[in-house]
Write a protein that binds this ligand. Sequence first.
Ligand SMILES: Nc1nc2c(c(=O)[nH]1)N[C@H]1C(S)=C(S)[C@@H](COP(=O)(O)OP(=O)(O)OC[C@H]3O[C@@H](n4cnc5c(N)ncnc54)[C@H](O)[C@@H]3O)O[C@H]1N2
Ligand code: MOO
Length: 400
Amino acid sequence: MLSVSEARERILQGLRATAPEIVSLSCAGGRVSASPVLARLDNPPADISAMDGYAVRAADLSGDGARLRLIGESPAGHPFGGTVGAGECVRIYTGSIVPAGADAIVLQENASQQDDIVTTAQVAQAGLYVRRRGQDFAHGQEIIPAGRRLDARGIGLAAAANHPWVSVYRRPRVAIVATGDELVLPGEPMGPGMIANSNTLMLEAVVRAAGAEPVMMPIARDRMEDLMTLSRMVEGMDMLVTIGGASVGRYDLVQEALKRIGVEMDFWKIAMRPGKPLMHGRLGGMPVIGLPGNPVAAFVCGTLFVAPALRRLMGQDAVGPEIGMAILGTDVEANDRRESYLRARLHHDAAGQLVALPFPQQDSAMLQVLCDSQALVIRDANAPPARKGEACRIIRLDIP
Ligand SMILES: Nc1nc2c(c(=O)[nH]1)N[C@H]1C(S)=C(S)[C@@H](COP(=O)(O)OP(=O)(O)OC[C@H]3O[C@@H](n4cnc5c(N)ncnc54)[C@H](O)[C@@H]3O)O[C@H]1N2
Ligand code: MOO
């Protein structure tokens, strides 16, 4: 059976970013820049005061006290048009343009003003409290490279560089199809043997968190005719995700149905717990991922395979999942040949170390345990027993 990392490599192999589109900055959060963003101006656009006070000529100041003549003011947005000459100053505010002739700012707390005379014993180097034109970035400078995921900071930077729009890769559209005769939508009446379809909504959230666009399809029943409707669900999609029917039971028909609609299967079953019956194939170039039906397996495979593939389609190079370190809060047994992802709580011990405490129950149908976990502890295939206090690798679930 394939290892987890081999499986992810196979899923990512050859995946290319979607086509770029221009979006308003207010819609760009979580998207990936499709071309470099170049500054459309210098920032600051001129020498700007960093403080409220007086724009002065540093050479006029003296520790014995200086008397300066106030010749005007320079409120933000209304620059002072004149020039500060020897022995003169201009009232200035944070964000105002420093007038010609001035080269430093005296804080208003360090000066006193009587009519048009300002006295101060403050001394200053030229440049004190002056933000130089272009010190943040210069006109034409590349401020954001292509392939960078835009967060609040990137959006702020692009906006400061006077961009209302930005070129980003289109959100991949992902068809999500749950399969199973036992499923009803949450809130619907429950007949005998029925369960609420939790996986579709859970995967919808995983897809959205990755920045892609989930498209919710009707539940496919455990009959080949019904599953064949998958062929109509993939139109206009960038990925197909099925959930359930992946195992070996008589009604686990998804793989056969996928083959019949033309999916070229790449692999089925990997050395992983939970998530063994994971499937991957391609329909044309489109990735098709068949998730196991057990909800924890569906979530873990969503996190380890679907989300990274979506990040790649969205144009990201680093697709995760990000691996962190912690120490074990308890002894754990030797592992078998399936790499395991144990649901665990996290806390900091008295020494400030991050401790991961796996839950005693690791059944792959236990959503309560999954929801109360802050991390997955990774246990390598065939790992020997590990003791409390030993280092372990984790995937955090509690930080986006
Ligand atoms: N004889 C074997 N049995 C099983 C094996 C095996 O190797 N040999 N593998 C087990 C593993 S591991 C997993 S994981 C499951 C995967 O099964 P399927 O992908 O075929 O999923 P289903 O049988 O359809 O469902 C499993 C379980 O999950 C519930 N489920 C399914 N879909 C949803 C949904 N959308 N929302 C909520 N819950 C869902 C379903 O009712 C079942 O309880 O197979 C093992 N069996
Ligand atoms: O993937 Mo299954 O959940 O290992 O039980």
